[in-house]
Design a protein around this ligand. Structure first.
Ligand SMILES: [Zn+2]
Length: 231
């Protein structure tokens, strides 16, 4: 075996429950949401909480288009439920450092975990299999709420990219296919960036953390925090 072979065991706490923040589109007459739910890291976008009936109608039309294109039924599946942990998505990750900050994972790991899939707005992405459903759902919701123009497909810089975090010997979540970089030119590290906060809110609802919240900001970067699924 290669002397450089390493084994990373990812010790990340199992996913905590994510609040159900569903339903504003179909329960417009409900009273205010329990504020304790909003404090659990998952928020609704302003668009959805203030939607009037006309707006809801046009949203439903768009949702139907998306349902046809992606097979995701947002009308019926607006809840987010936890289905696994970050550790489950990574498993035992064996890799060889290959210079320049890059690593080469065990081909069997890549075969088992990395897939190429089609998602709304971005088109084809190559990511961790476990993340695809929630990435697809987040992008479908962004599209359905009229926010697609806030994401620039030509400025998407990828998902699975096996490497260390720049300047460190810690594996990037891109090495696991569990992060993606959006709107790169306007969202460089260490800047506030230009990322739409409504887009950020949808990604958070679907189990992603945003690099724009970090001490040393990385506003182009979203990464899986919890494995969730519609339902
Ligand atoms: Zn990134």
């Amino acid at each position: 075996m290669s002397r450089g072979l390493r084994l990373a065991r990812v010790a990340v706490a199992a996913a905590a429950a994510i609040a159900c923040t569903a339903c504003s589109g179909t329960r417009a007459t409900q009273p205010e949401e329990d504020p304790t739910k909003a404090a659990n890291g998952a928020r609704r976008s302003d668009d959805r909480s203030t939607a009037g009936s006309d707006r809801l109608g046009s949203l439903r039309d768009r949702v139907e288009d998306i349902v046809a294109a992606t097979g995701i039924d947002l009308g019926a599946a607006q809840n987010v439920r936890p289905v696994g942990s970050f550790s489950d998505a990574v498993g035992a990750y064996r890799f060889t450092p290959t210079g320049g900050g890059r690593v080469t994972p065990d081909p069997a790991w890549v075969q088992a975990h990395i897939v190429t899939a089609t998602v709304p707005i971005l088109g084809t992405v190559t990511c961790n299999r476990a993340m695809v459903p929630q990435l697809r759902a987040a992008l479908a919701e962004i599209q359905a709420t009229g926010l697609a123009g806030e994401i620039h497909p030509d400025e998407y810089a990828g998902c699975y990219y096996p490497r260390y975090i720049a300047g460190t010997r810690r594996l990037s979540n891109h090495a696991f296919g569990l992060a993606l970089d959006l709107n790169v030119p306007g969202n460089q590290r260490g800047t506030v960036g230009q990322m739409s906060r409504a887009v950020v809110a949808v990604f958070k609802r679907w189990g992603f953390a945003w690099g724009g919240d970090w001490g040393y900001t990385d506003p182009m970067h979203f990464e899986l925090e919890r494995v969730v699924a519609p339902g």
